[in-house]
Design a protein around this ligand. Sequence first.
Ligand SMILES: [Mg+2]
Length: 298
Amino acid sequence: MPDDAKVIAMTDESDSLKLALRGSSPDDLSQPPPLRLPSKAALFLDFDGTLVDIAAHPDHVEVARALPGLIEALGEQLEGRLALVSGRALEALDRLLGPVDVAMAGSHGGEFRPCRNAEIHPLADPLPETIARPLGAFARDNGELLVEHKPFSMAVHYRGQPEMRAPLLALAQDLAEAHGAGVKDGKMVVEVVMPGSDKGSAVARFMDMPRFAGSTPYFIGDDVTDEDAFKAVTAMGGEGILVGPMRQTAACWRLESVEEVHAWLTRALADADADAPAGAAGKSPDTENAGQAGERPE
Ligand SMILES: [Mg+2]
């Protein structure tokens, strides 16, 4: 990482300026510096492609055994300022992760749950049959594409049939336009969502809660649907961390893989444990190390 990366500042208002400050190549982003805990950071985590690798079927993702404990421990270190923000329904996240006591927003923010035993607050209207029926028929008539019904959206997965993307997207856009909904064009999936379901609004809703007050938000995500959240955290003085290959993004850091995300999160906890006896100072990643990722700041 070049020396000029050391001038990273949270006061930058433009993404392009941030990119320019981060290094000589605007074509890629550096790894985020270590997260030092305790910290006044708030951490928002996408699930698929970020905490678990994407599988051929959404139900077949492998959840690392250590993941639920890792998320919960980080949440504790951040005094509750950690939330999962996923396109999946909360029911699916609960099923895959088991009882994890952290805040969650599901269905791209359509479902909002401030802590494990709290009620789910719907932030969007249910998806009408006038959208669900034709979308379901399209999936059935075109090679039995996998349909995922969610409370405020419907996703059609076309993994293995990339040629279906164009007609599926066209239908989704027509239906969305006719019924005031939106379309998310994700990785091997097209989803029609009701207004109110986007990850940026979910992050903003969490940040309005007292326990998130005054914190600096970081969002880690891989998909184009995470760009709303990258923009939201940036607007609130925070930063986005893209997972996966470089692309056009509002994030300003990048981790290559789910494995790197796990390593980054695990390291934050390990460092916190190591620092604990001496009493760690509260610092957020932006104020810490600006040097090579993987090195502890002096
Ligand atoms: Mg994702």
